[in-house]
Design a protein around this ligand. Structure first.
Ligand code: AKB
Length: 336
């Protein structure tokens, strides 16, 4: 495999750690950006760590010194955080993404080859008006129900369009051709579950919170109803999806944004499997109506047939395997 220089924003986040390890294990050179310093182990994996805000021009300039072939733009404010501060959500999620699309354009032009821009979109771009509709609709395809009900979902859907615009239409009235310098690709992530990090500020956080609390023998009060259902995925599958989409030949891709799915349990099913693994665990349900409303607007599951057909997407972890082979061994070790 060719060694590439890869820029990773949000390197300290829940996807960032696993992706950083994966990319450097494959011999790539990583420039990491995060608001907070990386741990010494993670820092030692990187060619350079830029600590700062993605809205800060000095941060972009520091990254621009490198010839970067791929950008994984992970930095974002998740759904609950962005809903609590929508203007900040917009700045980080939209203006931050715009900064890195512009950086990718300049880098692509300077290097004379397109920069691949990998974007983690989300099931929050979907918005379903009622629980009855949600259960009737079942799996949504990429073009269904694009009526996001959160600032985060609105931001991410707009970013999907920005990525398409920068790749295919940028400055279309200019006498020079300004397209072809960015190759934007993205997946719509379901809730992600990592053995090593507990996410902050998301609405799908009830699943990872429940699991990590049980592993620490702490009681957990779940903020959604037992029947709340959305798709989830184990972190190794999530990271593999981004890396495989990046590697897919452009001629095989029929779209820029793909749904990807793995398993879609209810909160009660997750609680049952957690109780089986940690019999002393105490899980109670005390739904927060407002956060529940966000979950109810997200689909029960996604149709990911386009990803399967175009670039061979296939999750390796179902719910059982996620628990037995990924979460339990790693989480137990981490908290022991
Ligand atoms: C969130 O809950 O905001 C995220 C997501 C589903 O994109 N985990």
């Amino acid at each position: 495999m060719n060694k590439k220089t890869i820029l990773l924003t949000g390197a300290n986040g829940e996807i960032g750690h696993t992706l950083l390890e994966d990319l450097t294990n494959h011999g790539h050179s990583v420039i990491a950006i995060d608001l907070h310093p990386l741990s010494p182990e993670h820092e030692s994996l990187c060619e350079e760590v830029i600590v700062g805000n993605i809205l800060d021009e000095d941060v972009i300039r520091a990254a621009e010194k490198h010839d970067i072939h791929e950008i994984y733009h992970l930095a974002a404010l998740l759904s609950t955080s962005a809903e609590r501060n929508p203007e900040l959500g917009h700045r980080v999620n939209v203006e931050g993404t715009l900064n890195f699309l512009q950086l990718a354009y300049r880098l692509g032009k300077r290097m004379g080859e397109p920069v691949k821009f990998l974007f983690p979109s989300t099931i929050a771009v979907f918005g379903i008006a009622s629980l009855d509709d949600k259960m009737r609709i079942g799996k949504v395809s990429e073009e269904d129900c694009l009526m996001p009900m959160t600032m985060y979902g609105v931001n991410k859907l707009y970013n999907e369009h920005l990525g398409r615009y920068y790749s295919e239409l940028y400055k279309r009235l200019s006498p020079e051709t300004e397209t072809g310098f960015i190759d934007f690709r993205g997946v719509r992530f379901p809730g992600l579950i990592s053995a090593f990090t507990v996410p902050t500020g998301g609405t799908s956080d009830f699943a990872p919170e429940m699991i990590h609390s049980a592993a620490q023998h702490k009681p957990y009060t779940c903020f959604v109803r037992p029947d709340a259902q959305i798709p989830f995925m184990a972190m190794p599958d999530g990271v593999r999806a981004l890396v495989e989409l990046a590697a897919a030949p452009a001629e095989n891709l029929t779209r820029r944004i793909y749904n990807i799915g793995a398993f879609a349990p209810s909160a009660a099913e997750i609680a049952d499997i957690v109780r089986k693994a940690f019999p002393d665990t105490i899980i109670t349900f005390s739904p927060d109506e407002k956060r529940q409303g966000i979950i109810d607007s997200w689909p029960a599951d996604v149709d990911d047939s386009a990803a399967r057909n175009d670039w061979g997407w296939k999750p390796q972890y179902d719910l059982e395997r996620t628990f037995n082979e990924y979460l339990l061994p790693n989480i137990t070790k981490m908290y022991s």
